[in-house]
Design a protein around this ligand. Structure first.
Ligand code: HEM
Length: 277
């Protein structure tokens, strides 16, 4: 190998690794913003629903959830109460599973928290399906189908994440775990997506705020998990690829999406979650 070849190969590999760095920095930024936003949501769930429950004022749930507390329907009310408690468990514990330092330094914690997370995800989805099909949701029939598909994806992805962990295929396990984290965040993506839309338009465009139905909400009901899943797929492709251009495009796209999400988190926190506490 002559000197020129060595230099060229060296520069290429430098460019390749620096593009990998950009991609990994933009993914870290996305993750940090997501965790921050999910923990604000968790804080609201604990303070608003937890606070009302500790005071014994269950009727206060209905200020937000149209079908939250129904006097006399003990089983249904317990299902909603459990749903809120388990929501808190996954919102806090989920992100901890994806932090490499925790996986490396505390593998036992990763395994225990992982089992809790998977079990909670399954109970949340099955309980959520029970709530949807016995009590209904704001948003009509199409809302029932979109959230039900979300629950089915949670169940499928949780099973695949466990299957590949047992097979010790860690790369595939990691990818299914990331997809699971994304579909578990579906309801959160819905809220920040809606609040970003309202912040941009300063009015309920594309849906009727009284019935909570309309083309925009139909779109958002599916987009809340399908768009983040598609982005994750493109990210996996870019990180596997040797094409530097793909890595740069993905890194820029992820940064722009993260900025949009930060706008949605700001709007949801200031306009919806924090004022209710
Ligand atoms: C997996 C993560 C999930 C989290 C963190 C979560 C969180 C929540 C929270 C916080 C609420 C209260 C509403 C609010 O204050 O915004 C809620 C309500 C509800 N959730 Fe979930 N949820 C999850 C998954 C699901 C799934 C998969 C389903 C359905 C299959 C579902 C169905 C419902 C229903 C029906 C309500 C009541 C809505 C109403 O009465 O208007 N959830 N959820």
């Amino acid at each position: 190998m002559n000197q020129t070849t060595i230099t060229t190969t060296g520069n290429n590999s430098f460019a390749h690794s620096s593009n990998n760095n950009w991609l990994s920095h933009s993914a870290k930024m996305w993750f940090l913003v997501t965790v921050f936003g999910q923990w604000v949501f968790a804080f609201y769930v604990a303070m608003f629903y937890g606070g009302a429950s500790l005071e014994g004022d269950f009727a206060k749930w209905n200020k937000v959830m149209p079908h939250g507390y129904i006097a006399g329907d003990t089983i249904g009310n317990i299902a909603v109460g459990m749903h809120l408690l388990l929501a808190l468990v996954v919102l806090i514990g989920g992100p901890l599973q994806l932090i490499p330092q925790i996986r490396k330094l505390a593998p036992r914690f990763h395994r225990i928290n992982g089992r809790i997370y998977i079990l909670t995800a399954l109970v949340l989805s099955v309980g959520g399906l029970f709530m949807v099909w016995t009590r209904g949701v704001a948003g009509g029939d199409i809302g029932k189908y979109s959230i039900s598909l979300n629950a089915i994806l949670i169940i499928v992805f949780a099973s695949l994440a466990v299957y590949f962990a047992i097979k010790r295929d860690i790369k595939t396990h990691r990818r299914w775990a990331i997809r699971l984290f994304i579909v578990m965040g579906g309801v959160w993506f819905f809220r920040i997506g809606l609040m970003l839309w309202l912040m941009i338009h300063q009015a309920p465009v594309g849906f009727d705020p009284k019935t909570f139905e309309g083309p925009f909400l139909t779109f958002l009901g599916f987009a809340q998990y399908l768009i983040p899943l598609a982005v994750a797929q493109l990210y996996f492709k870019a990180s596997d690829s040797n094409n530097n251009q793909n890595k740069i495009i993905m890194s820029v796209a992820l940064t722009l999406l993260t900025l949009a999400m930060a706008g949605g988190i700001f709007s949801a926190s200031m306009g919806m979650w924090l004022p209710r506490i």
